[in-house]
Each structure stands twice: as structure tokens, then as C-alpha cells.
Ligand binder design. Structure first.
Ligand SMILES: Cc1ncc(COP(=O)(O)O)c(C=O)c1O
Length: 430
């Protein structure tokens, strides 16, 4: 490890909570578009978008300009007590671009977990019912309410119970590792039949359920892509039993999948949508967007001191405008197809690759020790990340042994292929 980086890592281990999950010693100094420099001056190509956040590229010039202008005017406006034009402008924009042409209202937060907390509280408040259905392998955040919905890693829950009661988790459509041992499409989506025929008839009285919360594509659980008609069928079940259908688009939103929101690909219009990550070019912001009649709670029911701060709202407006102006969804779609084909070829030639999947620039490669038993190749995944890092490529894992490929949506074909080549060379050596 180079000198300056080593020193910071040492100091960090003394001063910072050890609960973070750093895979390798990257100490970031600066980042521009798809490139990152560490404090020792080494340059890296970024295939992480710093966890699906920098969709418009790091330090996007238009977002930075908006941030600087707003910072000069006013840094904070306490949306709990006062009004601000930027919040109104951004709410109108979010209402326009999120799926569903019905009228909506927005609650602004600072993070993803708070957007989910808001959705959870709102669902209970509106339906006057306490139960929620969520999914195994899901990730919705780490604060107590969101954590109660999260079910991706035991470490995230260990010693934190009792959590919020009333949440029932069911298997998601993880077709590569089907919980029911079936194969799509012959399965006829047994996982959804299980919700209706087992859960709602044995342990969860439908009358007590406020809503179902689901990631269109599971993120932290391992980049798990359900069949295309899955969410429509799930939403139909919600309609039948009068459950709210809540989409957590925190990782899938803002062009990542080649659609502004993944719900568009699946053809669903959620009652409530949770947003964060790619919403504001890297500044802290989250939002819970709900149908107007649902978000009708009274003053005092919910609020946030920093939520919707004007600097982040300015960055968000600039960022959304940039996604549209530069047609980044199209770039994600185009490069995503190239990427998926590349990953399929890598799979053909490398036994360790058990499955590849993706939509737009939300791509993944699941590593296994052997294809027959699909034993997770956990150590090998760690090795891939470390070796790629040494070769100047920033990658992140997800789930147990899956590598995600999520560069900023601004990446050029040339740089994208450069990164894929590094990834392939590393996989070949493992
Ligand atoms: C789908 C999803 N929901 C919620 C969250 C929590 O977001 P935050 O870390 O901003 O609280 C994440 C973060 O990874 C996420 O991917």
C-alpha cells in the first residue's frame, strides 16, 4: 500500500467505527466523471459509481455549478418550518418523471433508509394496518424500521432485535437459486403463488397488511433480476387484497437500468416509491414519492430538519436535467447490451462464473466454486475485487459472491470496454 493511503487506513481504524465493509484500501482524493484518484496519485477507472450514486459522473460540472450557486445563497432552510422554491420545483420534477400519471406528493429525506422509514410509516398511517410483506435478500436500509424490512445479511441484524414487529419475509424470484427448486417459466412463478396460497392463508391475515415493499431488482442482496412479468403479477395480488405496492428504487433509479426507473421496464406504477442514491449527483438526498391521497397525513406526523436541503435539491434538479439532456438512459441501455454480451462470453470460458445478469448499466456476475452445486465462491470474489483494484479498476461485490458492474452512466464505450477487459483478465487468473 502506498504511504499516504496506508497512514489514513491506520488512522481510520483507530478513529472510525469498524462497522463499515471496505474490501480494499482505496483512499479517495478526487473523482471526475468515471475516474478516481487516490491520495497517492494513482488513477482508477470506476465501475462502482460509489455504490450506484454518481450516475451523472463524479463531480458532474452542472451539478457542481448548481451546488456552488446555491451554497452562496443559502445552505439550509429547515423544511420542517419554512418553505423553499427548490423543494417545490424538485417535487414537481419527481412527480413528472416517476411512473404513474396520477398526482403525487413528495417527502424529502437525507438518505435511502429515511425514504424507506417514511414509506413504512406512511403505509401504516394511511391503511391503519400494521403488517408489511417484504422479501428475503432484500435491502432497504439500516435504521430500525428499514432494518426490519431488510433481509440480506445476518450481520446486519445480529444483536439488534427486537425489530419492528409485523414484517413477514417471503422468497424473491431468485431464478438462479430458486427457493422452490423450480425453473422459469415452467414454475409459473411458484414464489408468488406461495404468497397467496401459503402466507396469506396461514400466518398473515390480509386484513392486517398495509403494504408490500419490494426492490424492482434486488441490489445489496446480489443483483437479483425477477422475470419481466413478476412485478405486474405482484401488483395484481396487491390490488386484489388492497395492499399498497411500494417500490424501493433507491438503487435502480435515475437511469441505472436504461429506464429512468426500473418500474417502467416491469410495467408497474407503484403507490409509493422510495428514492435516494442517484437522485442528486452525490449530495445527500432521498425522497418518498406517493399518490396524493396516500400522502395526506397531518402536520407533525412526519418531518426532517435536513431533508430536502436546498443544496441537494439544486444538485438534484441539475442532475435530472443532465440525465435527460445527455440521454444517459440510452447510453446505459446501449452499453448494457454490450456489457451483458461480454459477460456471457466470459461465462462461457470461465467455470467460476455461474451466472451473469443485467439490465442497462446494472450488471452482475455471480461466482461459484462449481456450477453443479452453485457453491458460492466467496474468497474468490474477494480476490477479484482486490486484483482488479491493483490493476486500477474499482469494483464492488454484492450478495454472497456476486460482482456488480455499475459505472457512471456517462461512461464512454471505450472506457467501458477497457474496464471489462481488466475484469476478464482478473477472472481468467482466479
Ligand atoms: C435498495 C436500497 N434501499 C435502501 C438503501 C439504504 O440507503 P442509504 O444507505 O442511503 O440509507 C440502499 C442502500 O444501499 C438500497 O440499495
Amino acid at each position: 500500500m502506498a504511504k499516504k493511503s496506508e497512514l489514513i487506513v491506520k488512522k481510520d481504524s483507530r478513529l472510525i467505527s469498524p462497522s463499515y465493509t471496505r474490501s480494499y484500501p482505496l483512499v479517495i482524493d478526487k473523482a471526475k466523471d468515471c475516474w478516481v484518484w487516490d491520495i497517492d496519485g494513482k488513477k482508477y477507472l470506476d465501475f462502482s459509481s460509489f455504490i450506484a450514486v454518481s450516475n451523472v459522473g463524479h463531480s458532474n460540472p452542472e451539478a457542481v455549478k448548481a451546488v456552488k450557486e446555491q451554497a452562496d445563497k443559502c445552505l439550509h432552510n429547515a423544511g420542517t418550518d419554512f418553505y423553499n422554491e427548490l423543494e417545490v420545483k424538485l417535487a414537481r420534477e419527481l412527480n413528472r418523471i416517476t411512473p404513474g400519471d396520477f398526482t403525487k406528493r413528495v417527502f424529502f429525506t437525507n438518505s435511502g433508509t429515511e425514504a424507506v422509514e417514511c414509506a413504512f410509516k406512511l403505509a401504516r398511517w394511511y391503511k391503519k394496518k400494521h403488517r408489511m410483506i417484504a422479501f428475503l435478500d432484500s435491502f432497504h436500509g439500516r435504521s430500525m424500521g428499514s432494518l426490519s424490512l431488510t433481509a440480506s445479511k445476518i450481520m446486519q441484524r445480529d444483536h439488534f432485535s427486537p425489530l419492528v414487529p409485523g414484517v413477514t419475509h417471503i422468497p424473491f424470484a431468485y431464478c438462479y437459486r430458486c427457493a422452490f427448486g423450480k425453473e422459469y417459466p415452467m414454475c409459473n412463478m411458484e414464489c408468488l403463488k406461495y404468497l397467496e396460497d401459503e402466507i396469506l392463508t396461514t400466518i398473515v391475515p390480509p386484513d392486517e397488511v398495509a403494504g408490500v415493499i419490494v426492490e424492482p431488482i434486488q441490489g445489496e442482496g446480489g443483483y437479483i433480476f425477477p422475470p419481466k412479468n413478476y412485478h405486474k403479477r405482484l401488483q395484481n395480488i396487491c390490488k386484489k387484497y388492497r395492499f399498497l405496492y411500494i417500490a424501493d428504487e433507491i438503487q435502480t433509479g435515475f437511469g441505472r437500468t436504461g429506464y429512468m426507473f426500473a418500474s417502467e421496464y416491469f410495467g408497474v406504477k407503484p403507490d409509493i416509491i422510495c428514492l435516494a442514491k442517484g437522485i442528486a449527483a452525490g449530495t445527500p438526498l432521498g425522497a418518498c414519492v406517493a399518490k396524493k391521497e396516500i400522502m395526506s397525513w397531518p402536520p407533525g406526523a412526519h418531518a426532517s430538519t435536513f431533508g430536502g436541503n436546498p443544496v441537494s435539491c439544486a444538485a438534484s434538479l441539475a442532475s435530472i436535467n443532465y440525465i435527460k439532456k445527455k440521454n444517459l438512459c440510452r447510453n446505459a441501455e446501449k452499453l448494457g447490451k454490450i456489457g451483458l454480451k461480454f459477460l456471457k462470453d466470459v461465462k462461457e470460458e470461465n467455470e467460476i462464473v455461474g451466472d451473469v445478469r443485467g439490465l442497462g448499466l446494472m450488471l452482475a456476475m455471480e461466482l461459484v466454486k462449481d456450477r453443479k452445486n452453485k457453491t458460492h465462491a466467496k474468497k474468490e470474489t474477494h480476490k477479484v475485487l482486490n486484483r482488479a483494484f491493483r490493476k486500477g479498476l474499482i469494483l464492488l461485490s454484492t450478495g454472497v459472491s456476486t460482482i456488480r458492474i455499475i459505472p457512471p452512466l456517462t461512461i464512454t464505450k471505450e472506457d467501458f470496454e477497457k474496464g471489462l477487459d481488466i475484469l476478464e483478465s482478473v477472472i481468467k487468473k482466479i
